[in-house]
Ligand binder design. Sequence first.
Ligand SMILES: [Zn+2]
Ligand SMILES: [Zn+2]
Length: 346
Amino acid sequence: MRVHAYAAPSPSEPLAPTIIERRDVGPNDVLIEIKYAGICHSDIHTVRGDWGPRPYPLVPGHEIVGIVAEVGSEVTRHQVGDRVGVGCMVNACRDCVNCRNGDEQYCRGGMVATYGGVDRDGTITQGGYATHVVVDADFVLSVPEGIDFAAAAPLLCAGITTYSPLRRWGAGPGKKVAVVGLGGLGHLAVKIAHALGAEVTVLSQSLKKQEDGLRLGADHYHATSDPGTFTRLAGRFDLIINTVSAPIDVDAHLGLLAVDGTLVNVGAPAEPLALNVFSLIGARRSYAGSMIGGIRETQQMLDFCAEHHIGADVELISADKINDAYDRVLASDVRYRFVIDAATLG
Ligand SMILES: [Zn+2]
Ligand SMILES: [Zn+2]
């Protein structure tokens, strides 16, 4: 099947309209008519080669929602007409210890990324900036009616990336959670942590987005450019989710944690970070990382977000604005996620 898409021809050229081939619908496959695709910061890093060489042309996009158009003969969990979503992975070995534990994102054989990955049939995956995609049914999520469809797309990457560590490290009533950075990831971290019942603080470079932060559900908002923030809030938080992909002062942020507190990086700076181990041992603190979530947990996240009416704050764009949107994402000029209307791709 030949479908309309937007692809990067090389790491240095803008994305342009193209036609790509989708595989035939196999027995366990789902054909999805894509409605919306979010623009994730990692799309930009990946197509520009920041995270290593990739095959080109490359169609990015791993925040996909759409309607099931066809199912293979063995598919039982999805039906034609269903609202579905696809996130950052489209396959995994399903047999290793991590897959068996529902952590397919940490598959020991390597999860298959939604774009620029080698699928288990040997083909190169192409992502969601397209009108259709064919995905193994086991990696297709159900998107409940309770979430606006365009606002649901960013949940498939940004939503699960923040939901998973918030749940794992116990964000909830009586817990003080800080979110570092109020961007695509951060704004969803605030909404989800608030819905989980935690006391939420935003730590942002400036107070520019304070009004937004409080509207999204934060109880407090502090500027990290003010050194006083780090003395006033010392030892305060049970959990800090760092969504910033630029280097931060790790020791200063660890100092904000209470005894047994954890700082979790979900943003991924390219450069190594320095850290003084005394920042950890002085209060039995942990420094951790987390990457998206497994399929089962991603479904839990979508169900949770539907129940609490959580979607991303989105700016809907047509396909011809993708390159402008990339520039604006890099300039942090988006509140808080660009979503492509797939109807404009054809
Ligand atoms: Zn992403
Ligand atoms: Zn595996």
